[in-house]
Design a protein around this ligand. Structure first.
Ligand code: WQD
Length: 341
């Protein structure tokens, strides 16, 4: 039997590229669809080096329905889609709401319509823990109530979840797994692929890496007066390869399930909360590099703490994160050094 073909929209991005590697390692045949609006073509060279073969790629905005339809026709039977492609900068989403609604909703609508037209049943969709806002009880389970979205980006993820759920509820022949990511960090240990933040990064890990590399000043800790043990905010940082593996397990799981329609919502984190100070310590411990930090004011819109309950993903997918934050920091640092060279 030929390997099942999987369309990976946004497959040149940070999580997408690591998932492509994981798909190849697990007997799938990934086909990347990416418009390179927030990624570089050189990612494809990194993927070829790791996978030992060229990964097919179509340069296309997946919201271009006619174009996506052509990709499906040229590819032949497509077993499933992993839909990563989306705009993801929280601040930018507040300044350019229409762009975010158009890209994120338009991309998903086009993917679903083309899937249904071609009889492709299995979808893995990138959602986010941002849908929970600041939960009252920790860790968050998948039945923790959804909070009012605090950004347009967050709103698009909530609406996209609903679009998939409504499509499944209509009886359309679709099996979907909605993965709510916590905070992905790290890189492939080969240092051939990793995160490529365009412009000035806002996320903690790239800020730490760039600061340690001397590309920016000290890391500014956004407040140390939160109600947490060391006063800094808590998140659930997951190695991008563990996150990638969850996508492959989701496809395996759906292929085993004969029934369609179905939809499963799953948290993808480690189940462990780490404070900003602990993340800085992990970086120094794992890499032997010092990183300067200073305490600044709180960042507007930040939530105090969130981490996942991962019991459901363990039960449904037989999956758990296996890598530590130290592993992630070490791998990310190796990757960062290739960027400096
Ligand atoms: C992590 C922690 C900051 C930078 C974002 C998105 C969210 C979701 C996950 C995708 C926080 C602190 C950060 C810095 C700092 N993404 N920090 N100094 O806040 O969890 O959210 O990623 O769906 O939608 O908003 O991630 O990496 O920005 O911050 O002290 O220079 O690091 O306050 O506690 P966050 P982050």
């Amino acid at each position: 039997m030929p390997n099942p073909k999987i369309i990976v929209t946004g497959g040149a991005g940070f999580i997408g590229s690591h998932t492509v590697v994981s798909l190849v390692e697990n007997g799938y045949e990934p086909i990347v669809v990416d418009d390179f609006s927030n990624s570089k073509r050189s990612v494809l060279d990194g993927l070829s080096a790791i996978c030992g073969r060229k990964i097919p790629c179509f340069e296309l905005d997946c919201a271009d329905r006619a174009g996506l339809d052509r990709v499906f026709r040229e590819t032949g039977p497509v077993a499933g889609v992993i839909h990563f492609a989306a705009s993801k900068a929280v601040n930018e989403s507040l300044q350019k709401p229409l762009l975010y609604y158009r890209n994120n909703l338009g991309g998903l609508l086009s993917v679903l319509e083309v899937m249904l037209a071609h009889g492709t049943r299995d979808l893995v969709f990138s959602s986010s823990c941002t849908v929970y806002g600041q939960p009252e009880k920790l860790p968050v389970t998948e039945s923790t109530p959804i909070a009012a979205a605090s950004s347009v980006y967050g709103a698009t993820k909530q609406i996209c979840e609903k679009i998939v759920e409504d499509t499944v509820a209509s009886g359309a022949p679709l099996r979907a797994t909605l993965l709510r990511y916590f905070n992905p960090i790290g890189a492939h240990p080969s240092a051939r692929i990793g995160e490529l933040p365009l412009g000035d990064p806002q996320n903690l890990a790239p800020v730490i890496l760039q600061s340690a590399a001397g590309l920016r000043g000290p890391v500014q800790i956004y407040g140390d007066d939160w109600s947490t043990p060391d006063g800094t905010c808590i998140r659930d940082y997951i190695h991008v390869l563990d996150l990638a593996a969850a996508h492959v397990r989701s496809l395996d799981f759906m292929a085993r399930r004969p029934e369609a329609p179905m939809v499963e919502i799953l948290n993808v984190g480690t189940g462990r909360g780490t404070s900003v100070r602990e993340a800085l310590d992990a970086f120094e411990r794992a890499t032997g590099q010092k990183v300067a930090s200073l305490v600044g004011p709180r960042r507007a819109g930040d939530i105090e703490q969130i981490y996942a309950c991962v019991d459901k993903s363990a039960k449904v997918l037989g999956w758990r994160a296996t890598r530590t934050i130290d592993d992630a920091m070490r791998d990310a640092w190796r990757w960062q050094q290739t960027l400096r060279a």
